[in-house]
Design a protein around this ligand. Structure first.
Ligand SMILES: [Zn+2]
Ligand SMILES: [Zn+2]
Length: 370
């Protein structure tokens, strides 16, 4: 009897029935009635709408304020996010800000320290103590008209846009059940678990390119089905940045859409971390990884590594001397110097990476022979 109190049973029921209908229901339907081309399109369209509502809206705009936009776009993003059925903006952002402000602590709603399952979905299914469940730290959002409206009509919006519209489309082409299975249940399942994987998988597997002390990791695979949210180590290091995939080729549709909209003045004040900090954090991450693995490394390899790291740091100091505030307008000479430093840092960074591989490989060989 006592254990029943641990779970939110309506949520457990919904989060079990929805994937069952989405996966098994759709498979059975396809087996008996085949696929009509509109159905996968419905899935893709509504997945895109709800996924972008979460990543660009709930996450990068409302939680982190990584760019500004007008009320119209705020409303669109609010409607799209509601369709994902991941709770209201206020609750989502409150939880997410706690995740960033108190990582892996008791207040972190989806702390990976409590295990993969808890970080993935357990925290939603389990009853959270009242004190941790409170909506806090979102006063800045409470006056936004889109947020106020959503707070009153969250389920109505989700029902009309996320359920009735696909159903009506289904009636229009004569297969309402097919439209519901593809466009609602399968789509919700995918968008739910994609977001859940950012909290679980991205704190579990992948690389710690920018901060080796964070449990968050970069995974380009997860970014493929989360509209770019897989670069989670970068995101935890620089949460205010409107990009998660910072390199130009990194798959991050949310970053691209925010950038494209800025060309039409629909988004503005896009927050970008200065390249100095991005490059420095990458070098520091390598140093911190290797430093704890020096062990029996030969003194020459160790010295070569330290020498390269010191040379890089000297270049960073020169770069910072040009622009201590990181927001000035550069003269042509200053720009040339910064370009030169970047080039030299990149060359030394390659050496640093090679030393790292050699030292870590050597460590592995030694530990295997012990
Ligand atoms: Zn995280
Ligand atoms: Zn975040």
């Amino acid at each position: 009897m006592q254990s029943n109190l641990k779970f939110n049973w309506p949520t457990v029921l919904f989060l079990s029935i929805c994937p069952f209908l989405g996966l098994v229901g759709t498979a059975v339907y396809v087996y008996f009635y085949g696929v009509f081309f509109i159905e996968p399109l419905l899935l893709i369209l509504f997945w895109f709408i709800s996924g972008m509502g979460i990543t660009m809206g709930y996450h990068r705009l409302f939680s982190h304020k990584s760019f500004k936009t007008n009320i119209f776009i705020e409303w669109i993003l609010m409607i799209c996010g509601s369709v994902a059925l991941q709770n209201t903006i206020l609750k989502w952002c409150s939880d997410h800000r706690k995740h960033h402000n108190f990582p892996e602590m008791e207040k972190d709603p989806y702390s990976i320290k409590k295990g993969f399952w808890h970080a993935h979905i357990g925290w939603i299914l389990e009853k959270t103590p009242e004190v941790n469940n409170r909506i806090t730290g979102v006063k800045d959002l409470e006056k936004k008209s889109a947020v106020v409206f959503q707070n009153k009509y969250y389920f109505h919006i989700a029902l009309v846009v996320g359920f009735l519209i696909p159903l009506l489309i289904g009636f229009y082409y004569g297969r309402p059940l097919g439209a519901l299975l593809w466009g609602v249940f399968l789509r919700i399942t995918l968008v739910h678990h994609a977001t859940f994987f950012v909290n679980s998988l991205c704190h579990y597997v992948g690389t710690r390119t920018y901060d080796v002390y964070s449990t968050a990791r970069d995974s380009w695979i997860v970014s493929l089905f989360t509209f770019g949210e897989g670069y989670h180590n970068y995101h935890h290091k620089f949460p205010a940045d409107f990009r998660n995939g910072v390199r130009w080729f990194a798959f991050d549709p949310s970053k691209w859409l925010i950038s494209i909209l800025s060309l039409f003045k629909l988004t503005k004040d896009l927050k970008r971390t200065n390249e100095y900090f991005v490059m420095k954090s990458k070098c520091d991450a390598i140093y911190n990884t290797v430093k704890s693995s020096f062990g029996n490394t030969s003194s020459t390899s160790k010295q070569n590594f330290i020498d390269s790291f010191e040379l890089i740091n000297k270049l960073f100091i020169k770069w910072k001397d040009i622009d201590p505030t990181f927001c000035k307008k550069y003269s042509k000479d200053e720009l040339d110097y910064i370009k030169k430093y970047k080039r030299e840092i990149n060359m030394l960074f390659k050496d640093l990476k090679n030393f790292k591989s050699k030292i870590l490989k050597n460590q592995k060989i030694q530990s295997n022979t012990i």
